[in-house]
Design a protein around this ligand. Structure first.
Ligand code: GLN
Length: 194
């Protein structure tokens, strides 16, 4: 089976681990840089990206993750999407800049800061439940970024090569199609390398 890390410094990591288990993968909660060793893929969960970054300042964890996400399949959800993004605004913040998108943090204001939508996507199986919590908005995607789902005409689920990012929380709710997609990407990457 595939071993998938879930960064477990802060935020919604436990529910990701459950989704992975339900799909036959082995989750590993990652709290130290050496726990990245041997992973087939990694999930950067939602939470508070500023807080997660603060934890990453210790033990050269930021540098270790920076190198990891550039080589190994990684799925960023919400705060995790912000950490992967090339450009971060509102306010600007350090990131791995691995995924060629621009995000605006907390872009929906107080009134709309949590919202559940059912929207069509490029995934088979009908509309997808998307749970947004103090979500960022993707305002720009690079030419090699594929848009798989949208919220109000802005990309909400995107893929570029070995990287996947969602501005919502696919681990909340019972639909595991986005996690399945990520596991398929991880398998593809692993087989591709032989
Ligand atoms: N607002 C958070 C941030 O800017 C993200 C919210 C979330 O992950 N649900 O990091």
């Amino acid at each position: 089976p595939l071993t998938i890390g879930v960064l477990a410094l802060q935020g919604a990591y436990d529910v990701h681990a459950k989704a992975l288990t339900s799909l036959g993968a082995v989750p590993r909660l990652v709290r130290r840089p050496e726990e990245l060793e041997g992973l087939d893929g990694l999930i950067l969960p939602g939470g508070e990206s500023t807080t997660i970054l603060k934890f990453l300042e210790r033990d050269n964890f930021f540098e270790a993750l920076d190198a990891f996400v550039k080589e190994t399949p990684t799925f960023g959800t919400c705060a995790g999407c912000i950490l992967l993004a090339k450009d971060v605004n509102h306010p600007a913040q350090k990131s791995f800049a691995a995924l060629d998108i621009a995000v605006e943090r907390n872009a929906y204001g107080r009134q709309n800061d949590s919202k559940i939508l059912f929207e069509p996507t490029t995934l088979a199986g009908g509309p997808l439940e998307m749970v947004f919590i103090r979500a960022p908005r993707i305002n720009r995607v690079g030419a090699d970024v594929e848009v798989l789902a949208e919220r109000e005409e802005h990309p909400a689920l995107v893929r570029s090569g070995h990287l996947l990012a969602a501005t919502f929380h696919p681990e909340l709710g019972s639909d595991v199609r986005v996690h399945q997609l990520f596991l398929d990407m991880v398998r593809e990457h692993k087989d591709g390398r032989g």
